[in-house]
Design a protein around this ligand. Sequence first.
Ligand code: NAP
Length: 315
Amino acid sequence: MKPVVPFIPEAHSHEREVWQQELSRSLSNLAELKPFDALSEEERLAARVAIVANPDPAHVAALPNLVWVQSLWAGVERLMSELPEEGPLIVRLADPQMAETMSEAVLAWTLYLHRDMPRYMAQQRRGVWQEHFLKTPAERTVGVLGLGNLGTASAQRLRANGFTVAGWSRSEKTIDGVRCFHGPDGLKQILGEADIVVILVPLTDQTRGLLGTDEFSSCKHGAAIINFARGPVIETGALVDGLDTGHLSHAVLDVFDEEPLPSESPLWRHEKITVLPHISAPTIISTASRLVANNLKTFLETGAVPDHVDRKRGY
Ligand code: NAP
């Protein structure tokens, strides 16, 4: 008999039906996917794996024999804060397709800044016909903070498009064609070199408020910021100050302290901020479902839990 795998999506998610169908199709030979509410007492006790997306923590706690949970999201800071440390291991979504999608977004918004689009759009609104000096991509250094699944793919795509690319991570890294920095000293160095800073670190105790007044002051004059990670990685007030004084030129923000961004937030109307509604790398349901099925297959066949979050490290 096929094992039952509980499915605990975000309450009221309008995508839950699509996920349920696509996951059921991908898992069909391996397991039966069942919404939490449909589980019998016996099925709750037997469950060793659950598939979750911002689940109600009480539902996860009601599955006492879980070995691991498969998140459908790449960022797992909320799961980490809501599930007890002695709870199931947390496997986040590390989908190569998501890395492709993110690298496309990073390239798109880097080009937006590189080709001065915010400035030309502002000029159009004022009816101004004025050309500005154009640099080549090689003359533009893009600094990618975070060289994981998403950051590495983004750095490589920027490189392939001719940009000069530097990267920063916690541990030392080598990536072809990318100058790699690490640790606190490395952050200062990369900020001092980058014309465009792309943020792709996870939100952890160490990265909360990573970029504040001091760090924005360490940025090159006229640098632009792209935050595709999590809102609290930057101190918004310090960013706005940096933009208002003219030290920073523009910010593209996809993530915020509060989402959706409240309609009264001044960020919506700031002329040097481009607001995006957390769309840089949405999970692609078809590829993610296949990846989840592969993870589950390996576990059922060998007992091996896929790469999971290191609770001490925070990601
Ligand atoms: P990942 O594979 O875990 O990579 C994280 C990278 O950040 C690693 O290179 C890591 O360094 C580095 N890092 C972590 N803590 C650090 C610290 N204290 N100092 C310096 N570097 C640090 O994560 P990922 O899959 O690339 O995803 C990154 C984040 O993107 C997610 O956590 C999520 O918040 C965000 N995201 C956003 C969207 C969106 O649509 N906006 C979509 C998906 C994900 P090491 O290499 O040394 O470990």
